[in-house]
Design a protein around this ligand. Sequence first.
Ligand SMILES: [Zn+2]
Ligand SMILES: [Zn+2]
Length: 377
Amino acid sequence: MTTVTSQNLLDVIKAYFASLGLEAEAGSYLTARNFVEGLVLKLPAVCLVPGNKPDHSRSKQTHIHVTGNNRYFFFPAAEVNRAAASSADQPQDLLVSEQNIAALRGRAVTGPGLSLRPSHTMKKIACRAAQETQVQISKLRADGRTFIDLRNSLYENDLLVFLKQRTGSAMFAVGIPRSFYEDRYVFQSDVYTGLESRGAVTVRNALAAVMEEYGGAAVVDSDDAISDAVYQELVAAAPRPGEIADLPVPYLPAHPEGRNTRTTRPPTNPVLGRAALIQCGYRCAADGGHATFLRKSGERYLEVHHLVPLEWQEAFLYQLDVPANLVPLCPLCHRLLHYGRMEEKIPILTRLYEARRERLLASGISITLEELLRFYE
Ligand SMILES: [Zn+2]
Ligand SMILES: [Zn+2]
C-alpha cells in the first residue's frame, strides 16, 4: 500500500489515467506546474445522486456536504468563518475529462488528450443553527451537464477529486473508482496542499538525481553551452566541501571505446567548483568589485571558469579540473572570456594568469601566458 501525500497525489491520478491508456496525456497535464492543491472526497452513500445510493441509504440529499478544513478548499477560510448567514449558490468552474466518464461507465476510452470539457458546480456556504458552518457543492439541477455525468458515474466509496489550478479559478474534477485505489493507496488526509510532481523530469530534479547518484562528484560530459550551464547549476547545488589542497592529479584519458567521440569536454566535479566559489569569497576573480546578484537561495551568483580551457585537457598530463584552475567570475567576465574579442580578453587573462601561476604549477599544470592566450584565440 502506498501512502498518499502532497508529494504523490498527482502521481496517483496519473496512475489512474495510465490505467486507461492515457499515461502520456495525463503526465503532461497533471504536474505541480499546473496544480497547487487537491481535495479527495471519498463519497459516502449520503452524497451520491439518488439513483446510485445503496438500498440501505434513506437520504434524499443530492448535494455534497464539505466539512472541517475541507470547507476552505472552496471558499477562503475567513469567508467561511465569518459567515453569519447562508450565501447564495455561486458557480465554480470545473474541467472534467470525457474519458474519465467513459471509463467509469465501462465504455471505450479514446483520445485525443484527456478531452477536457468545461463544466461547473454550484457551491455555497450554509449556516445552520447550532452546527458548524458548512460548505455545500453540487446542486444537480443547476450544475453543468458534464459534471452531472461525472457524479452519475460515482458510487459508494468512489473518490471525487478536485485539483486547484495554479492560475485561474477553474478546478479539475476527476472520479476514481474504489476498485482502482482500494488495494493500492492509503489516503493520508482529504486536503493536499503544495502538490509536487515527483514523476516529472524538471531540470531541478534531474540535477538532484544526478547529484544523488554520483555522491556530489557528478560529471558533465559534453562540450557545448548547455553543458556549461548545467555545470554552473551543479556547482551551485554541490555540497559544501572542506579544504582542498593544490596537488597534481594525473589525467587518465578515458578508454576510447567508453568515450563519446563527439565531446572534447572531460568530466568535471562540481564540488570543486563550489569549493572555488567559497574560497574566493564569492567575488569575481577578474575584479572583486564586479556586481552580480543573489540567487533565490541567497547565495551570490557567480560562474566557475576553467582558466586553462577543459577542451585542451588532452595536452596535459595532469587534470585541469582542479581547484587551482577553477576561477570564479561574474557572468559578464565569464561570457567575455568565451565569446569576446582578444583585445578585451588579454588584460583579464593576464591578471588571472599572474594570480594563478604558482597554484597551477603546484597542480602539475605548466603553461606560459603566451600558450594560455593562444588557447583563447
Ligand atoms: Zn568558462
Ligand atoms: Zn567580472
